[in-house]
Design a protein. Structure first.
Length: 179
């Protein structure tokens, strides 16, 4: 069950799906930028917006004033608080960076094709725009690991390491939760 974000494909016709892998329970992996421990959050519409925000902030052609700031997230282990897009795993971050580069190439191609589309105004173009290679990379499947913890404060579920004991912090409201 992939995470899906839909948007217009610049070089193709229709809708494009940008995916991050989920485990069988619908959880997406995150990694604390401070303690480097991994946990999982359940995929929601908010996570889809996070991918769009991250891509929008990564593309040089984007209007940064139109890109909303990512909501904060708290590490359940060390209580480190930072922008939610800082909690992408290195593999997710690399995948999204490559996708942003591909989107930039598509935008540049469409801008250069403007001359081709307006030949009546400029019948002697000095260049030919070549379409970028299609983006085909994907992340591997998400293993079904970790244990589910119910967060009574936000009525949400997350997954944490099997070996973790004691307490955690809610990633959404930072409440102290005994496990």
């Amino acid at each position: 069950m992939p995470c899906q974000v839909e948007g217009l494909s610049l070089c193709g016709v229709g809708v494009e799906t940008i995916t991050l892998p989920l485990d069988r329970g619908g959880f997406c992996r995150r990694r604390c930028p401070d303690c480097q421990r991994e946990f999982k959050v359940r995929w929601t519409e908010m996570e889809g917006r996070l991918i769009l925000q991250h891509l929008g902030a990564s593309i040089r052609f984007a209007n940064l004033d139109e890109v909303a700031r990512a909501h904060p997230l708290v590490c359940p282990y060390c209580a480190h608080r930072e922008s939610a897009d800082s909690f992408f795993t290195p593999a997710q971050r690399e995948h999204l960076a490559r996708r942003a580069e591909s989107l930039e190439a598509e935008i540049r191609f469409e801008q250069l094709r403007h001359v081709e589309r307006s030949l009546a105004e400029n019948p002697y173009p000095t260049f030919l725009a070549l379409p970028p290679a299609p983006f085909r990379a994907s992340l591997g499947p998400e293993p079904d690991d970790m244990r589910v913890i119910l967060l009574p404060c936000c009525e949400e579920e997350i997954k944490i390491r099997e070996s973790w004991t004691g307490w955690i912090r809610c990633p959404y409201c930072a409440s102290h939760v005994e496990i």
